[in-house]
Write a protein that binds this ligand. Structure first.
Ligand SMILES: Cc1ncc(COP(=O)(O)O)c(C=O)c1O
Length: 404
């Protein structure tokens, strides 16, 4: 048995309680583990449509230059983003993903004596960042699967430095309308920086660019608001790691101080710029999600599963029983979902055939009928799963409760 050495006494004490961020399971690992030919990953909210062909072409051209450092700060992409959002490039900063931008924000603003307010369940990185900063995480439960802005406001103290809001929220997919955010911002004191993480905003009908206006022309000029966006979702560039923030120029200047040199690659710059121009790909990606959502809603209703209607590219489902066995049995059948709170999971909306396959596998798992191989020929005529007991408001209710 290997000796258990620990170097904990050397560590910055703030990192000791941190549980490293758990990404969705990788397809190749599951393929090896279960000897599967194909694995469908519906665990990380990636774009089922893949990257834009224009982005792929741009990448081929830039490959000749990767012996050079990228343009630090990515001026060309920043200009393109500024044009898209009707702001100036002084209002934009790039990061290697929204995760990097959030890290920059925390390092730029948060001291160990500060407090950070975020919601639970939420994007786990928010709380990890809080822990790493040494600040106090103030965690406010969602209400009916949505941010409880009133409760979040009530937790503000003179020490509050940041409020982190994912809109739409991960993992529940719920969306706060601009009017609600505006009235919340009016109630937030000016010593608090409000971050609106809009990783999934492009899936929300008609809300594109709305919060950007709040960042550019705040409720008043002293209201610090930062909008965070990413190319990982609708643009299908998760593997390249590129995201950005938009905010008033004075805030961006502070963030620039905390940014690593060359934090974004030239590959990411050209692919992101090409993706911005590929409106066809964006529309196609949106359509896949819109149609997949309707298909999965209907299937979940037939399976008598409760789910939260979503404004993002994933659906939060409550199985009303321990989700871990369901997660494992789906994995054996080649489908990776993301377990969330005890009985819940977050399922990314995939391509039509992936969604259909997931539903078939789910039927098998929920009815508890043997292995996938045996099941393949028995897919027709299965009875819907028993629905669990209990329901919480905010969920679409499957089964009897739906008809109450
Ligand atoms: C709310 C939220 N913000 C940010 C991210 C990460 O984005 P990126 O890939 O740009 O780091 C995710 C990814 O799942 C997310 O759900």
């Amino acid at each position: 048995v290997e000796a258990q050495y620990t170097h904990d006494h050397l560590a910055n004490p703030v990192i000791l309680p941190v549980n490293p961020y758990q990404p969705g399971k990788s397809s190749s690992a599951i393929q090896r583990e279960f000897g599967l030919q194909e694995v469908v990953k519906l665990a990380s909210n990636e774009n089922a449509a893949g990257p834009s062909p224009l982005a792929r072409k741009a990448l081929e051209l830039v490959l000749h230059h990767i012996h050079l450092y990228p343009d630090d700060g990515g001026e060309d992409l920043k200009h393109a983003l500024a044009r898209k959002h009707g702001v100036s490039s002084e209002n934009v900063i790039l990061g290697h993903g929204a995760t990097d931008i959030l890290d920059i924000i925390v390092r730029a603003f948060v001291c160990p004596t500060d407090e950070i307010i975020s919601a639970y369940p939420g994007f786990p990185w928010f709380q990890i960042l809080g822990q790493l900063s040494g600040a106090k995480n103030v965690v406010v439960p969602l209400r009916d699967h949505r941010h409880d802005l009133q409760a979040m406001g009530e937790r503000i103290t003179p020490r509050t430095k940041l409020i982190l809001i994912a809109n739409p929220n991960n993992p529940t997919g719920t969306f706060l309308k601009r009017a609600d955010i505006e009235s919340f911002l009016r109630s937030v004191p000016r010593h608090v920086v409000v971050v609106l993480d809009e990783a999934y905003i492009d899936y929300v009908d008609g809300e594109e660019t709305r919060a950007i206006k709040l960042a550019q022309k705040p409720v008043d000029r002293l209201q610090p608001v930062i909008v965070v966006r990413t190319f990982s979702k609708i643009s299908g560039l998760a593997g390249l790691r590129i995201g950005y923030a938009i905010a008033e120029a004075g805030l961006i200047r502070l963030l620039e101080k905390a940014r690593q040199p060359f934090n974004t690659t030239m590959l990411a710059h050209v692919a992101a710029k090409a993706s911005l121009q590929d409106l066809h790909h964006i529309e196609k990606s949106r359509k896949i999600v819109a149609q997949g959502k309707i298909f999965l809603y209907e299937a979940f209703k037939r399976l008598r599963l409760d789910f939260v209607p979503t404004d993002a590219n994933f659906i939060y489902v409550d199985f009303h029983r321990d989700v871990k066995p369901i997660f494992h049995q789906l994995m054996e059948r080649g489908f990776i979902i993301r377990p969330a709170q005890e009985t819940c999971a977050r399922i990314t909306i995939g391509l039509p055939r992936q969604n259909a396959g997931l539903v078939r596998a789910l039927k098998e798992v929920l009815t508890g009928r043997g292995s996938y191989e045996k099941q393949r020929s028995h897919l027709r005529g299965l009875h819907p799963a028993r629905r669990g007991t209990g329901s919480r408001s905010g969920l679409h209710l499957g089964g009897e409760a739906r008809h109450r």
